[in-house]
Design a protein around this ligand. Structure first.
Ligand code: SAM
Ligand code: SF4
Length: 351
């Protein structure tokens, strides 16, 4: 039985899941997230003009704007008392932040937190894996959008496929479980690799998650035509391997899942664009600079750092959190005439 939540929003959803972005910086430049150049961004904009290729400017938050590990731990302790039991560390690239295992061991010691996971591009994971495991991390997700080194580089801006593969090996050797792989699927970029990615997950005995491309890229180049929707992903993967649906007890999971029948591996599709799951969304996000976002697509943020640094006692922080959660949006508006892309994009918000 889940703990009763004192963090219910005005639509009756109880908040259980907190995604914490621990840095807005990244060592990759994925073209659907934080493209390095106009050329990369224009790949899917479809109007590339090489003469205009220029770097995109980022404004990183100064490091002292980031919540410290002590501040994050305090907030998580309070949230856990209110029913949050699941944490995912993300970014930017979370492993760029110093001594992440220190944060993991702090969070692993918080009563009520029974699930801590990390999403990483895998580039720095091999060196840090043992420390993270020792600190109590067991669940890890690696982003891997292509199995072709040249295409991987085109997508991420970095020559790093071999390191992601190495990360998967190291994670398996250390006993991380479950290990998941994320691939954002973009038409004409990596959709031809769908089956190969599913097969790779099958061979590696890990779970594959295909993610629909969302309008959260820093270049604002997202176009609906480049989204490969859930139905098409399933049809294409299903034409090469037999899939049977996995019934989920936990209705708040974002991925719909299938078992590869001659597995043992599963694939999942995260379909916020074609099949929004807002009705049972139980998550909030904390940005590296201490803002709470009640939806990935929120147009506003709520400053919790101010309360933490301003001397608020736990009761005052709880009251602030409850007031914030009460404002959680009913749903996102992707694809509707009134949709507006948030100012901050995926690498700042934390995916
Ligand atoms: N840097 C880490 C990584 O890439 O795994 C963690 C942060 S990243 C923002 C988290 C996840 O968001 C990644 O799996 C990434 O592929 C996904 N993502 C980033 N931009 C996206 C977009 N525009 N649409 C869908 N997913 C996106
Ligand atoms: Fe960095 Fe992750 Fe965004 Fe790629 S998806 S640019 S690795 S934050």
């Amino acid at each position: 039985m889940p703990t009763p939540s004192s963090l219910a929003d005005s639509f009756g959803r109880s908040i259980r899941d907190l995604r914490i972005s621990i840095t807005d910086r990244c060592n990759f430049r994925c073209l659907y997230c934080l493209p390095e150049t106009e050329e990369a961004a224009n790949f899917y904009r479809g109007r590339f003009n090489p003469d205009k290729a220029k770097p995109i400017n980022y404004s990183w938050k100064p490091r002292d704007h980031f919540l410290t590990y002590e501040e994050i731990e305090r907030l998580v302790r309070i949230l856990a008392r209110l029913g949050v039991n699941k944490i995912r560390l993300t970014g930017g690239e979370p492993l760029l932040r110093r001594n992440v295992s220190n944060l993991v061991s702090r969070l692993a010691g918080v009563p009520g937190i029974d699930d801590i996971a990390l999403t990483t591009n895998g580039f720095l994971f091999p060196d840090q894996a043992a420390g993270l495991h020792q600190a109590g991390l067991r669940r890890v997700t690696f982003s891997i959008d292509s199995l072709d080194p040249a295409n991987f580089k085109k997508i991420t801006g970095r020559d790093g496929l071999h390191l992601v593969k190495e990360s998967i090996r190291v994670a398996k050797d250390l006993g991380f479980a479950p290990i998941k792989l994320n691939a954002v699927v973009i038409r004409h970029l990596n959709d031809h690799e769908l089956v190969e990615l599913a097969r790779f997950a099958q061979i590696e005995k890990v779970a594959m998650r295909f993610i629909e491309f969302m309008p959260l890229d820093s270049s604002r180049a997202w176009q609906r035509d480049h989204v490969v929707g859930k139905a098409e992903i399933l049809e294409r993967v299903g034409s090469a391997m037999r899939l049977s649906p996995i019934r989920d007890e936990n209705e708040s999971t974002t991925a719909q899942r299938w078992m590869i029948e001659d597995g043992p591996a599963e694939i999942g599709v995260i379909a916020p664009v074609t099949e929004p799951f807002c009705g049972h969304c139980n998550r909030i996000r904390l940005t590296a600079d201490g803002q709470i976002r009640t939806c990935l697509f929120s147009l506003g943020e709520h400053d919790i750092k101010e309360s933490l640094r301003g001397g608020a006692d736990d009761q005052a922080v709880i009251a602030r959190l409850q007031a914030i959660i009460a404002q959680k949006e009913e749903r996102h508006h992707i694809g509707e005439a009134d949709f507006a892309q948030p100012d901050r994009t995926m690498s700042y918000i934390g995916g």
